[in-house]
Design a protein around this ligand. Structure first.
Ligand code: SF4
Ligand code: SF4
Length: 294
């Protein structure tokens, strides 16, 4: 790890005021900027006309903002939500599959507010390419969804991966995604970025593999894992998959808690959520925006 002690302290303070990375950080608010419509992979549990099911509540369609609109909305929200500490990009597609929008939005907001914590979530495919850029933009907290550390299992979860102008399927798709996720996460943690790993627990697919994922990401220096329930979306390949019960999720979190810190309070928020977790507020902001997946 190549981060100074002073930088580490600053990051710890930011983490304590991040409602998702710290249980008990509930008095602080976050705001998601819905600026990223496209995605570069196809998860079998996702229907792309809705929000990214890796981080957000699936089955919800969010309006897309331009970077300039994102800044305007941020200014409005900051005025009305005094406990706002975090600005995040959580879709509705993938933050790094829309990198120019992500870059521009974060630059505009950083010029306006040097203090606010930047957070983004991604499937990790483009992390090796953009990890240094997001660090340079001032992002300190990153969430990567990692559902398998074995391409055989990954092949059952991902329909395809679009990478460098080619479409991959099956184990080669899952292998490219996994390699990039692991290299990207390693790069981020070495540079002091606080990483959370989302894992969607899928009955009969990765349910017996989750401890392996948790052990692997612990080894890579991640901070916390967030084992989540699949919320089936109509029209997705996993639409009829049996659900993992609350009890099973809690048991898995408890079991994995022996290895590393677990998130118990994820609300699977919308890609345009604003407010404290579980207590979203709506702030009127008019746009001529397009819909997710367009
Ligand atoms: Fe859907 Fe997110 Fe998966 Fe992309 S990464 S296919 S938006 S769940
Ligand atoms: Fe936090 Fe979970 Fe909501 Fe993301 S989806 S902002 S991790 S509570």
């Amino acid at each position: 790890n190549i981060v100074s002690i002073k930088e580490k302290q600053l990051l710890q303070e930011k983490t304590l005021k991040h409602p998702c990375f710290t249980c008990g950080g509930g008095k602080y608010a976050r705001m998601h900027l819905p600026i990223a419509p496209k995605c570069n992979i196809q998860c079998n549990y996702c229907v792309r006309k809705y929000d990214c099911a890796n981080e957000s509540r699936p089955g919800v369609t969010t309006e897309i903002l331009s970077p300039q609109q994102a800044l305007e909305k941020y200014m409005l929200v900051k005025e009305r939500v005094p406990n706002l500490t975090v600005v995040g990009i959580a879709g509705p597609g993938d933050a790094l599959a829309n990198f120019e929008q992500t870059r521009k939005s974060l630059q505009l907001i950083r010029d306006y507010d040097p203090e606010v914590t930047f957070c983004l979530s991604t499937n990790g495919l483009m992390l090796p390419q953009y990890a240094q850029d997001i660090i340079d933009l001032g992002v300190t907290h990153v969430t990567v969804t990692l559902n398998a550390v074995d391409p055989k299992i990954g092949a059952k979860i991902y329909k395809h991966v679009d990478y460098m102008g080619m479409r991959y399927t099956g184990e080669s798709a899952a292998g490219i995604l996994l390699g990039n996720q692991l290299n990207g996460i390693r790069y981020l943690t070495r540079h002091g970025i606080i990483c959370k790993i989302n894992i969607v627990m899928l009955k009969g697919i990765n349910e017996n593999h989750i401890t392996d994922i948790v052990k692997k990401v612990k080894e890579l220096g991640c901070e916390i894992t967030n084992i989540m329930q699949l919320i089936p979306v109509k029209g997705s390949a996993f639409e009829d998959m049996p659900l993992v019960s609350n009890k099973e999720i809690m048991q898995m979190r408890k079991q994995c808690g022996e290895h590393m810190k677990q998130m118990y309070h994820c609300k699977q928020c919308r890609a345009d959520a604003i407010g404290t977790l579980g207590n979203d507020i709506s702030i009127e902001y008019r746009t001529t925006a397009v819909k997710a997946g367009d």
